[in-house]
Design a protein around this ligand. Structure first.
Ligand code: PLP
Length: 359
């Protein structure tokens, strides 16, 4: 006889990561293609030499560096094994009853429904608007007395759409301050709105204790393989997050690499300009070929191909490029190196592909 497993887990979809195939270009995960900078690689190597020792359980040095970077107190900083771990911990600290609700737009980051159901809470999904962006009015209207958390993914994964500062501010103004609003800014560094419209959650959260901002070292900072992300919020929320986390889950190498990456941030963030230029070049080429492409402020593009998404993903893989189909909603394509993107565009804009998938 096998051991008893919670039967409700059967209804929870497993997290699906972008596929990798040897020799095939991967534009199916939102990583960067740049390797770590030499200074970061050196910090990683040095930390590896002490792998026999447990890491700093309080992640003090990294938290202090993040606090200084954002001009907040160290008590306002939590670090997790990727920001996805913080998503899980957020639901754990806010929900304890089956009636507790976690609200988010859909489609959005696929971890939100999973962490909600694992915690035994109720997921409430609000459809994206016709431009594949969060419908912030509908999201605010869906708040009930049972709502404990709202995840706002800005820019949104997988559609890339983002809201400007005034929109987010208006949303924060109407959500009751007993509801934790999580501004998930995993792709923040790829935003290119004018300065006065820039939605910096850390700034918007000042003076709002119910706002928690998530950032990650996985995307623009290029440390996806080491798993480190962080949250900035009210000290009471941060203290609660630190109670539920798995001890030592941010490992020694990740801590050292993240500190070195913050030190080298100017060089790392400069790289995002090249990614943004590629994203915009790809979008222009796809639109010119007849595709509908959501306006993107992230390092990826969303093609709402509906029922044909899976077939499109298979055809692209056959042409040597892995992209990421999402059910019958659409396909996400990450901006990679220019030669990788060229290979994808050759497939995508080929008259035979256009004829097959767009007509
Ligand atoms: C919106 C969003 N939030 C959080 C994450 C988690 O990133 P990580 O756990 O690598 O920090 C991702 C990763 O894909 C994401 O897309």
């Amino acid at each position: 006889m096998s051991a008893h497993i919670r039967p409700d887990l059967d209804a929870i979809p497993a997290y699906i990561a972008g596929r990798s195939l040897p020799g095939v270009v991967k534009l199916a995960s939102n990583e960067t293609t740049f390797p770590p900078l030499p200074s970061v690689a050196k910090a990683i190597a040095e930390a590896a030499e002490q792998a026999n020792r447990y890491p700093d359980i309080h992640v003090s040095e990294l938290r202090a560096a993040i606090a200084e970077f954002h001009d907040v107190a160290i008590e306002q900083v939590a670090v997790g094994c990727g920001s996805v771990a913080l998503c899980q911990e957020i639901v754990q600290i806010t929900c304890g009853q089956p009636t507790d609700e976690v609200l988010f737009a859909w489609r959005s980051f696929e971890a939100y429904p999973i962490v909600t159901q694992v915690a035994g809470a109720r997921a409430v999904q609000v459809p994206l608007n016709s431009e594949y962006a969060h419908d912030l009015d509908a999201l605010a209207a869906a708040v009930t007395p049972n709502t404990r958390v709202v995840f706002v993914c800005n820019p949104n994964n997988p559609t890339g759409t983002a809201h400007r500062r005034a929109d987010i501010e208006r949303f924060l103004d109407v959500v009751p301050d007993t509801v934790l609003v999580v501004l998930d800014e995993a792709y923040y560094e790829y935003l290119r709105f004018p300065a006065d419209e820039h939605p910096n959650g850390v700034e918007l959260g000042r003076g709002r204790p119910n706002v928690l901002v998530l950032r990650t070292f996985s995307k623009a900072y290029g440390l996806a393989g080491l798993r480190v992300g962080y949250g900035i919020g009210d000290p009471a929320v941060i203290t609660a997050l630190m109670k539920v986390r798995v001890p030592f889950s941010v490992n020694r190498i990740a801590q050292a690499a993240a500190i070195a990456s913050l030190e080298a941030r100017h060089e790392l963030l400069e790289r995002t300009d090249a990614v943004v230029a590629e994203r915009d070049r790809m979008r222009d080429a796809l639109v010119a070929a007849g595709y509908r492409v959501a306006a993107s402020q992230a390092n990826f593009l969303w093609l709402p191909l509906g029922e044909r998404s899976a077939e499109y993903g298979a055809a692209s893989a056959e042409a040597g490029v892995l992209v990421r189909p999402y059910g019958t909603d659409g396909v996400r394509v990450t901006a990679g190196d220019s030669h990788e993107n060229d290979l994808y565009l050759r497939f995508a804009t080929d008259p035979a592909t256009v004829e097959r998938f767009l007509n």
